[in-house]
Design a protein around this ligand. Sequence first.
Ligand SMILES: Cc1ncc(COP(=O)(O)O)c(C=O)c1O
Length: 332
Amino acid sequence: MPQNTKSDLLRYGNAGGYLPLKKILAGFYPESSGDQLFVANGSLQILDLIANHYLDPGDTVLVESPTYDRALKIFRRAGLEVTGIGLEEDGIDLEELNRVLDKQDPEILYSITDFQNPTGITTSKEKRKQIAELAERPGFEVIEDSPYRRLRYEGDDLPTVRSFNPEAVFQISSLSKLVCPGIRIGWLVGSREVTDQLAEYAEDTYISPNQLSQGIVQWLLKDGWLDQRVEKLKELYRPRLRATLDSLERYFPESHWVEAEGGFFVGLWLPDPGKGEEFYRLVEKREVVFSSPDGFFPEKGGEGFVRLPFPALRTTELEEGIKRMAEVWHEI
Ligand SMILES: Cc1ncc(COP(=O)(O)O)c(C=O)c1O
């Protein structure tokens, strides 16, 4: 590390992020300049700033149903109105989205387009294009949340929604799944207007994001370290996703699940949602534990949904867990 940066890292820093790190992250977005990037202590902090400062209480945010439970909590706590839009195999239900846009005047759509949390669904290229076109509506913007984007184990990358409309779509991302969550580094790439506003809110709230973390990561990320790290993670997680999908095929042939191609999750819908409660209760007794499905759904619809997070378990543990789930299901 150069001599002068050592002491820089012990001081308060730039509200929008440590400049040497921003320079590296900006390299991921050749179409954007460094000042279109805003770095914070994790991407959730950026969502929180957007919800509490960029938007006003009473504004409407559209989300996929189901969606990331913490994002829902952040939006609600900020006093935003949340409207859920159904999710199909290839992404958000555009007909429903258009119907809602005809009737309401929402401010923002929050969408997780790659390997969605909690379903594993990836939005198709055609839908990405159409979402980007919708962002042309005056006063309507799109947040594309992509923490899992680089963790693709099968198939080819799709262009981001933002790539079709960089002025009206903000993309947020994170190192939590690529380096480690404890480092707390996330960023937004968007219009200069948004990044400047966020930096102002950040300065008034916490002065600057964690300088030490940013310095460590800047040092780690030079010389292509991240590419090697991502390749290793893919090698580790690919068989775990495969084991999850194969076990579902074997033990839950009558159920519906998502053929995820990357990320951390596979969403499973039990054939009889009415028996979901009993299933969660009994399966926990067999030491198979899930997040409560209700948290992912802005309105109703969580009955019988199961989010299967596969990266932290070995293939044999995943097979055993799904086998136990199937035993419980057949008992019921
Ligand atoms: C969709 C999504 N966004 C954001 C996050 C959290 O990001 P960070 O750790 O950067 O705050 C997660 C973590 O689970 C996530 O699934």
